[in-house]
Design a protein around this ligand. Structure first.
Ligand code: HEC
Length: 118
């Protein structure tokens, strides 16, 4: 029994070493400096639908387009105010959107005017 566990530990160490070596290789590849002689241009897809003017529009533009386009709001099925509030709260709590508690309700109220239902 004791031998088995020693072997097991050795095997674990070997696997851990291999994993570390693998991640070191990947880290080196990622950390390689960009080639200064190459210019790359990327064309982003056009946004299909923008936030229209209205109360709360500036807040939504400032906060909701940090990570993704406004299209995310319009590709959802129409949602109630409570559902939008849950969605905005999820952006804050799960994905780390930099939102104050006091901004959640005004943004939800605005989103209902953009893609809402009763
Ligand atoms: C910190 C980054 C971040 C910010 C800021 C952010 N989101 Fe998101 N959002 C995400 C991520 C990540 C996803 C999931 C993307 C995926 O699954 O492809 C997402 C997805 C969504 C979706 C798709 C449905 C879902 O739940 O996955 C909607 C709608 C959405 N966000 C609305 C908003 C609104 C409205 C705001 C502004 C209050 C906002 N987001 C701000 C990161 C963010």
């Amino acid at each position: 029994m004791r031998n088995t566990s020693i072997l097991g530990a050795a095997a674990c160490a070997a696997i851990a070493a291999a994993a570390l070596a693998g991640s070191a290789v990947r880290a080196a590849a990622v950390a390689a400096p960009p080639n200064p002689n190459v210019t790359v241009s990327v064309t982003l897809p056009a946004e299909r639908q923008l936030f229209k003017d209205g109360a709360g529009a500036d807040l939504a533009r400032a906060k909701c387009q940090i990570c993704h386009s406004s299209d995310y709001v319009f590709t959802q099925p129409p949602m109630t105010r409570a559902q939008w509030l849950a969605e905005v709260t999820k952006m804050k709590n799960v994905y780390g959107a930099p939102l104050e508690e006091s901004q959640l309700e005004p943004i939800a109220a605005y989103l209902v005017t953009q893609n809402g239902k009763e």
